[in-house]
Design a protein around this ligand. Structure first.
Ligand code: HEC
Length: 112
């Protein structure tokens, strides 16, 4: 029975379709990858809220590649006013390239 409930959400996520336009829950992949230690959807934790990230890069064609690179290599300076200069840690190769892409696609999809 449990499988019947879980499968559709997993399938949607795999297809890159955001189901989170007004959700405040992190997807399982974000929990599994450790992102939730510092990020939430709708508020700052250590890093900026992902809805704010999504809003900032809305309509920016280069955002996906830039954010994938940032999650892979880490970095700071884009959210200093929010984080007081705390850096985003590097996640490659701890998290696979495919999963990083899926996470960034999810984040950019939050604000539609
Ligand atoms: C140790 C805390 C921490 C963890 C864990 C963390 N982040 Fe971050 N993240 C940050 C901070 C701090 C920033 C702001 C960096 C800056 O100012 O440029 C950030 C920024 C970001 C940004 C915006 C980057 C930009 O340049 O605008 C994205 C996207 C992001 N994180 C995704 C992720 C993903 C995906 C994960 C999990 C794989 C993750 N983060 C895990 C702290 C964290």
């Amino acid at each position: 029975m449990k499988k019947l409930v879980l499968l559709p959400a997993a399938a949607l996520l795999a297809m890159g379709i955001s189901t989170a336009s007004n959700a405040t829950d992190m997807p399982p992949i974000a929990k599994k990858s450790g992102c939730t230690a510092c990020h939430a959807i709708d508020k700052k934790v250590v890093g900026p809220g992902w809805a704010a990230v999504s809003t900032r890069y809305k309509g920016d064609a280069g955002a996906k590649a830039a954010l994938v690179a940032k999650v892979k290599k880490g970095g700071k300076g884009n959210w200093t006013e929010v984080t007081k200069g705390v850096p985003m840690p590097p996640y490659s190769p701890r998290v696979s390239d495919a999963n990083i892409e899926e996470l960034v696609t999810f984040i950019l999809g939050i604000s539609g």
